[in-house]
Ligand binder design. Structure first.
Ligand code: S3P
Ligand code: PEP
Length: 425
């Protein structure tokens, strides 16, 4: 999308950063919480939800379906469930969680629900999910495209049952069916066939959050998930800080040889961002976890990394930014599905690192980055929040980097420029 706002001059660190960072809630947990709350037997308080474009799109979708979401105290939200109904129009924006998690809810609605979103939403994969919903009894008009825009002719209930799909393009196809599956008449059995499903921690998150609201989920067989039909009983869902959005801040410590503490890092979590502890240790950081949170200390040395990031694909842009500043080469693989994320992240990262003088190369399922000094220039963000924050990370070490459309960080972290200024001041 063309963006006429002036480019954002990325602050260059004048010395090692040293700060404690409070991050808002996880996008992935917040948007799962909304779906579960919408289908709950009783009103649900969502504690410390993320407020951002992606979560606003989700609350917009719920409201369009007749489900009320209201402020509750200073930072919480109250969801008052109701039988979802059409006619309704849902704007999915460029939010994968809204694109994938809301159609099953719409299939349970009474009435027509229309879906469309940003131009990129029409390119992101949704076909296997739409096909699966049709197999489970939904009446969907997608003009045979297997893509947005589309209409779901809800009939107030969905039969459910067993379905086989290829979820190698996105774990969100599976999560979507599981999140609403307990409310399908026969529950749901999802079988995956194809190349491995990415983002395993996000599947674990779905299963754990379902179990916490009383849903029976059987994960005993690899690539098969069974959700028993039954009620969803939640009163409160607590959202953890967004550990994927911790990535650029921890990277700042690594890149400047400084120290960053992310407050309230959970001791146990399903979030993929927890893998940053190991990944950034391998890249040269020293990590400690205590009552305050997770602290990363940079040592002044940045090592490259060879890693299969299939499970934690959304961390790739930040890891690539650090890799572009490292002393040794990096090879990031297992992430072919990133080509259909907010943008083609593999092509975008290679293009932008190369434009700053770096040495980066596309691989069929990832990218390779070799050490080479970088210079200033415009770092394009392609409407991708994680591209924008990656440009900020590189800018810490390379004077004269300007990030195009920093406002796109509002997808999951609207206060990013202010938070970043606080850390780099
Ligand atoms: O379920 C989720 O909340 C997510 C799953 C992952 O999607 P893919 O499996 O499509 O990569 C991840 O990249 C995305 O940011 C969030
Ligand atoms: C891939 C991402 O988002 P989405 O939920 O839109 O898929 C992401 O946040 O890195």
């Amino acid at each position: 999308m063309p963006n006429s706002a002036p480019h954002w001059p990325a602050p260059t660190a004048s010395g090692p950063v040293d700060a404690v960072v409070d991050l808002p809630g996880s996008k992935s947990m917040t948007n799962r919480a909304f779906v579960l709350a919408a289908l709950s037997e009783t009103p649900v308080v969502i504690r410390r939800p993320l407020r951002s474009r992606d979560t606003d799109l989700m609350t917009g979708a719920l409201r369009a379906l007749g489900i009320d979401v209201a402020p509750h105290g200073k930072e919480d939200l109250l969801v008052s469930p109701a039988a979802p109904h059409g006619p309704a129009t849902v704007d999915v924006g460029n939010a994968g969680t809204v694109m994938r998690f809301v159609p099953p809810l719409a299939a349970l609605a009474d009435g027509d629900v229309r879906f469309d979103g940003d131009p990129r939403a029409r390119e992101r994969p949704v076909g296997p999910l739409i096909q699966a919903l049709a197999t489970l009894g939904a009446d969907i008009d997608d003009g045979g495209r297997g893509a947005f825009p589309l209409v779901i002719h809800g009939r107030g209930a969905l039969r459910g049952g067993s379905v086989t799909l290829d979820a190698s393009g996105s774990s969100q196809f599976v999560s979507a069916l599981l999140l609403s599956g307990a409310r399908f008449t026969d529950g749901v059995e999802v079988r995956h066939e194809g190349a491995p499903v990415p983002s395993q921690p996000h599947l674990d998150m779905t299963v754990q959050m379902l179990r916490e609201v009383g849903v029976q989920v059987d994960t005993g067989t690899a690539d098969v998930w069974r959700v028993a039909p039954g009620p969803i009983s939640a009163e409160e869902i607590v959202v953890e800080p967004d550990l994927s959005n911790a990535a650029p801040f921890l990277a700042a410590a690594l890149v400047t040889g400084g120290r960053i503490t992310i407050r309230d890092w959970p001791r146990a979590t399903t979030q993929p961002g927890d893998a940053l502890r190991g990944l950034f240790t391998e890249m040269g950081g020293q990590v400690t976890l205590d009552e305050t949170g997770l602290t990363l200390r940079g040592t002044g040395r940045i090592r490259g990394i060879t890693a299969d990031l299939r499970d934690v694909g959304e961390l790739t842009p930040t890891i690539a930014a650090v890799a572009a500043l490292a002393e040794t080469p990096s090879r990031l693989t297992g992430i072919a599905h990133l080509r259909r994320h907010e943008t083609d992240r593999i092509a975008a990262l290679v293009r932008e690192i190369t434009a700053l003088g770096g040495d980066a190369e596309e691989l069929p399922d990832g990218l390779a980055i070799r050490p080479r000094p970088l210079h200033g220039g415009v770092f394009h963000s392609y409407d991708d929040h994680r591209m924008a924050t990656s440009g900020a990370v590189i800018g810490l070490a390379v004077p004269g980097v300007e990030v195009e459309n920093i406002a796109t960080t509002g997808k999951t972290l609207p206060d990013f420029p202010e938070m970043w200024a606080g850390v780099t001041a």
